[in-house]
Design a binder for this molecule. Structure first.
Ligand SMILES: N[C@@H](CCC(=O)N[C@@H](CS)C(=O)NCC(=O)O)C(=O)O
Length: 205
């Protein structure tokens, strides 16, 4: 049985939970409480030397880290249902959407960055929220231009782009980012939340 070292509100871990559910794989969840700083303890650093979640233990003492690397590993080892298009151009476009969320939007709003802003840099809670909204809004504005027909990011096929987008939208709602300007993103979010792999992976579950 695989073990996912997880935090319920971590959007990177949420991506992996969704992907494991879509691939129909069983796994145990072991919480790493980010509020208590458990991610920085030696036991967790042995799994994930960056002090982040998720980490996926795929065999005793064998850990995979970085959610996108885990998604790619799942695609290679458990190819059905396919979560990346076969066509090289569509595959590159899907990965582009994935990276826009995971490499460009999410890192700016990660817990350790927000804590650094309010701690070391002395920003107020309002300024922190302004930072958060700014980078989400900028990232979502670009994504919104790239989504069109739905119901998924890449049209009629569910892909890893949706797996990356939905947790980021969850976070945006949580931080009360105005979403009116992003009807296509909202439509993909609403549609994916009707699907059981997404429902079962949701933080509230
Ligand atoms: N690029 C990493 C990001 C992992 C990450 O940033 N995880 C966050 C939760 S979403 C975390 O563990 N934060 C702990 C902290 O900031 O101290 C991945 O995709 O796995």
């Amino acid at each position: 049985m695989m073990i996912l070292f997880d935090y319920w509100r971590s959007s990177a871990a949420y991506r992996v939970r969704i992907a494991l559910n879509i691939k129909g794989l069983s796994y145990d969840l072991v919480p790493v409480d980010l509020r208590l700083g458990e991610q920085s303890q030696e036991t967790h650093l042995q799994r994930q030397p960056q002090g982040l979640v998720p980490a996926l233990e795929i065999a005793e003492g064998e850990y995979l880290t970085q959610s996108l690397a885990i998604l790619e590993w799942l695609e290679e080892t458990c190819p059905q249902p396919a979560m990346l298009p076969q066509d090289p151009v569509l595959k590159a476009k899907t990965r582009s959407l994935m990276y826009q969320v995971a490499a460009d939007i999410h890192p700016l709003n990660n817990l350790r960055v927000l804590k650094y802003l309010t701690g070391t840099m002395g920003l107020s809670e309002d300024q922190k929220t302004q930072w958060y909204h700014h980078w989400i809004t900028q990232g979502f504005s670009a994504l919104e231009r790239q989504l069109s027909s739905g119901p998924y990011c890449m049209g009629d096929k569910l892909t890893y782009a949706d797996v990356c987008l939905i947790p980021q939208v969850y976070n945006a709602y949580r931080f009360e980012v105005p979403m009116e300007a992003f009807p296509h993103i909202k439509a993909v979010y609403d549609h994916c939340l009707t699907l059981s792999p997404f429902v079962e992976a949701s933080p509230e579950r």
